[in-house]
Design a protein around this ligand. Structure first.
Ligand SMILES: Nc1ncnc2c1ncn2[C@@H]1O[C@H](COP(=O)(O)OP(=O)(O)OP(=O)(O)O)[C@@H](O)[C@H]1O
Ligand SMILES: [Mg+2]
Length: 259
């Protein structure tokens, strides 16, 4: 193994975030090795989304460090973090609902192109080729997540589960190295959740590291290489799914309640 591959893709060090009197994150430290599927679990209000918001730059931590491939990113704005190679989906889907499915994916790709999405939308002749490439790529990502048949529909007309898949396609269109997923299986039925499990494995097989917030414990335990457990803003445990399932504290505050 060479030196570069030993640097974690993401390292969180003593990260804290307070909202007024609420300490949403309290001195969180853990890392994510390159190439894994790692999950963050914990009860409602544990701080999972807040943690992802800090990593993607949507909110600034109160203190602590976040390293992406060894470089500090906690003070960078979201678009810079995206350009470095971190994409995300949202717990509450954030699509352009009146635009078509494929246009939503094309938007995800615009940070990769020279001219940007606006120029492409205006169809400047010199941008035509780039536009064609963007839409060809968008089509490929839609096929990858299983939404080829929905390409020309309005995004807002899709059921919630498919909107979540569309968000995944849009995030992939930016060609990230690290993909942050906030409850992507919410709204999916059992067989769709199984398909979603296959999808995250296929994404990982592309060499993209996945940090997944998810309440579906079958999905988490079956697909994750590592699991991080948050509870009231604190790091309760980290380990392999097997270790986490047997951890008495985790069973008491989270897993036990699921039964
Ligand atoms: N913008 C904000 N302003 C004030 N408080 C916030 C804000 N965002 C989160 N919080 C609070 O921080 C805590 C952690 O919230 P967060 O959304 O990170 O939890 P979560 O683990 O994602 O929960 P869930 O499983 O319900 O999505 C909660 O007490 C929440 O009310
Ligand atoms: Mg959340």
């Amino acid at each position: 193994m060479n030196e570069a591959s030993e640097i974690p893709i993401l390292e969180i060090r003593e990260l804290g975030k307070s909202f007024g009197g609420v300490e949403a994150l309290h001195d969180i430290t853990f890392s994510v090795p390159s190439g894994v599927i790692q999950s963050i679990i914990g009860p409602n209000g544990a701080g999972k989304t807040t943690l992802l918001n800090c990593v993607s730059g949507i909110i600034k931590p109160s203190h602590g460090k976040i390293y992406f491939l060894g470089k500090p990113i906690e003070n960078l704005p979201p678009h810079r973090i995206a350009t470095l190679g971190i994409s995300r989906t949202f717990q509450h889907v954030a699509l352009f609902k009146r635009m078509t499915v494929i246009e939503n994916v094309a938007i995800g790709r615009h940070s990769k192109t020279r001219s940007g999405f606006l120029a492409c939308t205006l169809r400047l002749s010199s941008m035509r080729r780039e536009e064609r490439d963007i839409f060809t790529k968008a089509e490929e990502w839609l096929e990858f997540v299983g939404l080829s048949d929905e390409m020309w529909k309005e995004a807002g007309s899709l059921p919630l589960g498919k909107q979540k898949l569309l968000e995944v396609a849009r995030a992939l269109a930016a060609e990230p190295r690290l993909l942050l997923l906030d409850e992507p299986a919410g709204g999916l039925n059992t067989s769709e959740t199984e398909q979603f499990g296959d999808l995250i494995e296929r994404i990982r097989n592309l060499g993209i590291t996945i940090l997944l917030i998810e309440h579906d414990m079958n999905l988490v335990m079956e697909k994750s290489d590592y699991v991080v457990v948050l509870h009231y803003g604190k790091l309760l445990a980290t380990g392999t799914p097997r270790e986490i399932k047997r951890n008495p504290q985790v069973i008491e505050v989270y897993l036990g309640k699921e039964e």
